[in-house]
Ligand binder design. Structure first.
Ligand SMILES: [Fe+2]
Ligand SMILES: [Fe+2]
Ligand SMILES: [Fe+2]
Ligand SMILES: [Fe+2]
Length: 430
């Protein structure tokens, strides 16, 4: 059934203010929650952080009194929504457990979007980023085992494979190389705009989470692993946000932010099975419908344009979470040796120019070694093999994948070599 968010009934602004108890009392059981309820909780926290942050940025350059009033009133609402959602995570869920949840979001969300993305260049960018977060999940899983003694399946519940991706040491780029070509706002589909804004919000929050929690562990190598991966998330924000047309006005952006909130909540509500989360998604969707309709009025008033030109006439679904193992395996086996080209394109390692700007960056940051490579050495020392969760067939491919994924140039000292992976695959008894 068609759901036109400009016509559906929302919750009036005066009913959006909630009590402290309502804001803060709910939390899930980490042993009982479905992994995809957890991914929705993680993603929607990121969406609310972006909504709140964007409104503050808009308020700092806005001169129209009615718009300033709307921003002032709804910033507080977005902020309270964020608290409710973020604090659903129970206090006994460790930083590493939450981290595995964040990377599961990135892998399964990006894979879903890539398959529903109408713009082929944007799709290629999603596929590219996907293999990086996939590798982060593998590296962090080693630490979750070593520090807390848990299998990654305690969090990902067998829905997402845990195995080497494009090696993290090669995710570090010259940030200029990360910049991609923006879509054209007049031609891009609402699905493309919502996909990108959703992903930017998720990546930004992943970065923020590592920035705020990476020092929670005393282990030096783990601390550096957080620092290394956090930097990649910074690059992901740079990469995905560069896909957005820079000529979108603040009013157009406001409209798109509220529309993205509507679409993501609608998607959560459609998919949710958890009885505690369901009423939250329903109520917050009603709140966002009201925000969107006011944003649409402001857009008409100040831009003299029809909001439907920007957002269309129905919701799109950017965040349907489901197991993506098959799709990820396909991209992994085809594209592990793909890199960002110097002309906002994509190249395979063999075609990179000798003066590729990212080589220099990788040499600089990896001069003393790469913590994510050391991670594999440490677990191999402790357990004689790494922690992987994938089909026998894919596990058999690890040495070949490692060989193709690693560059000869700018390889960090101490890098775990394909022959060593071969030994590990042979010894695996887990
Ligand atoms: Fe919100
Ligand atoms: Fe990641
Ligand atoms: Fe990421
Ligand atoms: Fe909103």
């Amino acid at each position: 059934m068609k759901f036109n968010p400009l016509k559906e009934k929302g919750l009036p602004l005066e009913k959006q203010v909630r009590t402290w108890h309502d804001i803060a009392h709910r939390k899930f059981n980490k042993n009982e929650i479905d992994c995809y309820s957890r991914t929705r909780q993680i993603l929607m926290n990121g969406i609310e952080v972006e909504a709140w942050n964007f409104k503050h940025n808009f308020a700092r350059v806005c001169q129209e009194e009615d718009t300033l009033e709307f921003l002032a009133q709804t910033k507080r609402i977005e902020d309270a929504q964020q608290t409710t959602i973020n604090w659903l995570a129970p206090c006994d869920q460790s930083v590493l457990e939450t981290t595995l949840g964040y990377e599961q979001v990135a892998v399964d969300l990006t894979a879903w979007m890539a398959q529903n993305e109408p713009d082929p260049y944007v799709k290629e960018t999603f596929d590219f980023g996907l293999l990086e977060d996939f590798d982060h999940l593998y590296r962090y899983s080693q630490w979750a085992y070593m520090v807390h003694g848990i299998s990654p399946n305690a969090i990902v519940q067998g829905q997402t494979d845990v195995i080497i991706g494009r090696p993290t040491q090669h995710h570090h780029n010259c940030n200029i190389v990360r910049l991609r070509k923006p879509y054209d706002r007049a031609k891009a589909a609402p699905q493309t705009k919502v996909n990108i804004l959703t992903l930017v919000s998720g990546e930004q929050q992943t970065h923020n989470y590592y920035a705020e929690h990476g020092f929670a562990y005393g282990n030096e190598c783990l601390r550096e692993t957080y620092a290394e991966i956090k930097d990649v998330e910074e690059e992901h924000v740079t990469m995905y946000e560069s896909l957005i047309d820079p000529t979108e006005s603040f009013y157009e952006k406001l409209l798109l932010h509220e529309f993205t909130e509507v679409c993501t909540y609608h998607n959560c509500m459609t998919d949710e099975k958890c009885e505690m989360l369901m009423p939250i998604w329903e109520e917050f969707l009603a709140i966002e419908l009201n925000h969107l309709q006011t944003a649409a009025e402001l857009f008409k008033k100040y831009e003299k344009r029809d909001p439907e030109e920007v957002i269309g006439e129905e919701v799109v679904h950017p965040c349907h979470f489901t197991s993506q193992k098959e799709y990820v395996t396909e991209i992994l086996t085809e594209q592990i040796d793909k890199r960002l080209g110097p002309d906002k394109d994509y190249l395979y390692i063999k075609d990179l120019p000798d003066d590729w700007a990212s080589y220099e960056v990788q040499k600089q940051v990896g001069e003393d070694g790469s913590p994510t490579e050391m991670t594999i050495r440490v677990i191999n020392e402790q357990k004689e093999h790494d922690i992987v969760r994938a089909s026998e067939k894919l596990i058999g491919e690890i040495p070949k994948l490692a060989k193709r994924g690693l560059q000869d140039k700018a390889q960090a000292p101490g890098t775990f070599q394909p022959e060593e992976y071969k030994e590990m695959v042979r010894d695996k008894k887990d």
